[in-house]
Design a protein around this ligand. Structure first.
Ligand code: ADP
Ligand code: MG
Ligand code: MG
Length: 193
């Protein structure tokens, strides 16, 4: 990944969040507090000017992460913020994108303590990482994240606000897993070929 792809990716995320803000908010209204769309919209809108002119993918993703941490309250701001910072740091140290995705997942798990099956971001990120490690394809990572988000529907939430609902969280798709799928689809759509 070079700086141009990293910037194109984040612009595509911002556009997709703008397009799907209401859907993300409705998912969060069902099992949370109805702010996931507005949280991400505020965050990725602030990311766009912050990443202008940065000349490496590592710097771009690191700046995106620190911007999300400073602009987004709620669970998703620090979780995505630390994930993007970890991805950027890995690229800066010479790691490839698979290593970056793995570092992003580790940061999310360290901060949030969620495991696969807890109905969170992890349920889309972990299968995306596994798919990328198998094939090296952004499109495969995006498809796996989308399937992982769908697969959260029958789960009972064990982390985050949705866990307060207990069994009433069953039957709804997790907002954060859905936004992770959106983020990785934006990457697949941004990559050449
Ligand atoms: P908040 O719940 O604080 O209002 P958001 O609505 O922006 O924040 O984000 C909610 C999403 O955050 C959830 O759908 C879930 O995917 C994710 N999430 C919450 N807690 C955790 C956690 N501990 N680990 C991973 N993801 C989490
Ligand atoms: Mg919320
Ligand atoms: Mg909130």
């Amino acid at each position: 990944m070079d700086s141009t792809l990293a910037q194109t990716w984040l612009r595509a995320v911002a556009a997709a969040v703008d397009h799907r803000q209401q859907e993300l908010t409705e998912l969060d209204a069902a099992i949370g507090d109805g702010d996931h769309g507005s949280n991400l919209h505020r965050g990725f809108t602030a990311v766009l000017p912050a990443i202008e002119g940065l000349d490496s993918a590592g710097a771009v993703l690191t700046k995106a992460g620190s911007t999300l941490i400073s602009k987004v309250g709620g669970a998703s701001g620090p979780l995505y913020g630390k994930a993007f910072r970890a991805m950027g740091g890995t690229l800066t140290e010479g790691g490839d994108f698979g290593a970056a995705l793995a570092a992003g997942l580790a940061a999310i798990e360290k901060l949030g303590g969620a495991a696969p099956g807890d109905k969170t971001i992890v349920d889309a990120w972990a299968p995306a990482l596994a798919a990328f490690e198998r094939t090296g394809s952004y499109a495969d990572a995006a498809a796996a994240a989308e399937q992982g988000a769908l697969d959260t529907v029958p789960l009972q939430a064990r982390k985050g606000r949705a866990s307060y609902l207990g069994p009433r969280s069953v039957g709804h798709q997790d907002p954060g897993a859905t936004s992770t799928a959106l983020i990785l689809r934006a990457l697949a759509d941004s990559a050449p070929g």
